[in-house]
Design a protein around this ligand. Structure first.
Ligand code: AMP
Ligand code: MG
Length: 344
């Protein structure tokens, strides 16, 4: 048909109790019908599907263009739901839950027979999180099933922390997005593997290794590659969470070194956006200079929004100051390094 209107994505607000309850009910009915919806979480906006409906789960992969080997996180709202998804639940999960759940921590456990290959990428483990966002929590409870949800973006693009970001990539591709304002954490959850002999961080996040070690003294040093357990696609995803413009890291020495670095990347100052975590005395006519808060939590909250805004300005290059060392900065550092990874 020629004059069919282009599909539009419905946006629901949540800023009154009535709107909130209405949006929960609509989301649950979309998920029950086997469709997907973009919904707020405390980390980033998620693209949600009923985890026990394999066809709905496959829709997530289709819409995102996500490789089938990249497994999804399953979200629960009780320990009973977690036991339904996991084959075995080590004692450490209960200790971790006491300190960090509901919240931005994901644990990888042996999977139960209820979890399909579509979710795990074919592997024997499943990643599970109990999210803290009240909207997400109510959706899971009212649906009565766990909810599979990756970030609500196209594969390898920036993760969304506002509804504007979601619509920029997925408008017309999904029936519904629910607006609850900017995400409080701003980067994806910490992923902790509890399926091996020693607990190991697969993806750093705002819950740091030091915080986890207080509860899990045997946590392994350093970050283990997430490909260790998922494995079928070794080295496939160094790039992730990326803006459109190339992004390079720098250690600040002087402005003339920055101008030289821009030149080595075929960009003049007027085509280059600078991002730092400390105010720097810059005088050249840079396209923009952005100073992030010198605090890992506030930095994480701002990161994707500033990358999104910078993308819209269409710079030729983004230069970003290497964040400080320390486990509390590991989540921010990881996302910046992935954004800066070479593209194929
Ligand atoms: P996203 O949903 O985009 O935040 O990404 C989910 C991430 O969780 C994956 O890219 C992996 O890093 C991790 N993950 C999910 N399931 C597993 C699993 N079974 N084993 C190891 N890592 C997993
Ligand atoms: Mg993602």
């Amino acid at each position: 048909m020629h004059n069919m209107p282009p599909p539009v994505t419905k946006v629901l607000e949540t800023f009154t109790p009535q709107l909130f309850r209405h949006a929960v009910a609509e989301t649950v009915s979309v998920l029950r019908s086997g469709q997907v919806a973009a919904i707020p979480t405390e980390t980033v906006y998620g693209l949600a599907a009923d985890a026990f409906n394999p066809q709905a789960v496959r829709r997530i992969f289709q819409i995102k263009g996500r490789p089938a080997v990249n497994p999804l996180i399953v979200h629960v709202a009780s320990m009973a739901m977690l036991r339904d998804c996991a084959g075995t639940v080590p004692e450490s999960v209960h200790r971790l839950a006491e300190f960090f759940w509901p919240g931005p921590l994901t644990v990888v456990l042996p999977r139960s027979e209820k979890i399909s290959d579509d979710i795990t990428g074919g592997g024997g483990t499943v990643a599970i999180r109990w999210p803290g966002h009240p909207f997400f929590r109510d959706v899971i409870r009212e649906l009565g099933n766990p909810v599979a949800a990756p970030s609500a973006n196209l594969s390898n693009r920036l993760s969304p922390t506002t509804v504007e970001h979601v619509l920029d990539q997925l408008n017309g591709l999904i029936p519904l997005v629910v607006d609850a304002g900017p995400c409080a954490v701003g980067i994806e959850s910490t992923v902790l593997d509890l399926s091996g002999t020693v607990p190991a961080i697969l993806r750093p996040g705002i819950i740091s290794a030091d915080a986890l070690r207080a509860v899990l003294p045997d946590l392994s040093e350093g970050i283990t590659s997430k490909d260790r357990t998922v494995s079928r696609s070794p080295g496939t995803m160094p790039i992730h969470y990326a803006p459109v413009a190339p992004l390079r890291l720098f250690h600040f020495t002087s402005e003339s070194d920055l101008i030289q670095l821009a030149g080595e990347n075929d960009a003049g100052p007027g085509q280059t956006i600078i991002m730092t975590h400390l105010p720097r005395p810059l005088a050249a006519p840079w396209k923009d200079c952005i100073v992030f808060p010198f605090d890992p939590e506030a930095y994480a909250r701002a990161l994707y929004g500033e990358l999104f805004r910078s993308d819209k300005a269409q710079p030729r290059l983004i230069l970003i100051e290497s964040p400080p060392d320390g486990t509390e900065w590991a989540g921010v550092s990881d996302r910046i390094k992935r954004a800066a990874a070479p593209r194929s």
